[in-house]
Design a protein around this ligand. Structure first.
Ligand SMILES: [Zn+2]
Length: 190
């Protein structure tokens, strides 16, 4: 199968735990975009996500763990968005990842800012799994949605007041939908 890759990461999604599933783009296509091709990509992701100040040591096992948690969060989010119970195995995987020592928040000396403290991929994945647990079992559970763009199918949390948001991002999928609706209107006028 042909593999498509993209180097730029997406952090525009609303929730930390969904930034990991967003590393696989165009989920609705037979050949999605892979943004975590090799261990170095995951190391770079940890830094660009603002979780670690410097790239961690990442081996193949770490990368496989990240892929596994990524798809587990995706499947569980899709189930919850559709009002279905998550798979037992997926719940166990999220709980297992969350059981590792997570990154911990640290307050700066002047008390005005904070950063995450930790060095390993396991601690990054633990933080993401804990965030997923908070989300899936918390008040925003009913706001977990799948992007209406059939190519994207990305997860997002609809925090808009009316709760009518349809796309993961207005600047990508929402914009695409607006433009194609506009073109359809033009065609119908001719
Ligand atoms: Zn989308």
């Amino acid at each position: 199968m042909e593999r498509r890759t993209k180097r730029d990461f997406r952090f525009g999604v609303t929730r930390l735990c969904f930034t990991l599933p967003a590393t696989l783009g165009d989920r609705g296509l037979p050949t999605p975009y892979e943004r975590l091709e090799e261990p170095a990509d995951l190391a770079r992701w940890c830094v660009e996500a603002g979780l670690l100040p410097t790239p961690p040591v990442v081996d193949e096992r770490d990368l496989e763990a990240a892929w596994a948690l990524r798809e587990t969060i995706q499947r569980t989010g899709v189930a919850i968005a559709g009002g279905a119970p998550p798979r037992e195995r997926d719940v166990a995987s999220i709980n297992r990842a969350a059981a590792a020592v997570p990154l911990v928040p640290r307050l700066s000396a002047d008390g005005t800012s904070s950063h995450w403290s930790g060095t390993t991929v396991d601690s990054v994945l633990s933080l993401l799994a804990r965030d997923a647990i908070d989300l899936f079992a918390g008040p925003l559970r009913g706001r977990v949605k799948i992007c209406a763009d059939e190519t994207c199918l990305g997860l997002f949390v609809d925090e808009s007041r009316p709760g009518q948001r349809r796309w993961c991002s207005m600047s990508t999928c929402g914009d695409k939908a607006k433009k194609s609706a506009y073109r359809a209107r033009l065609r119908s006028q001719n």
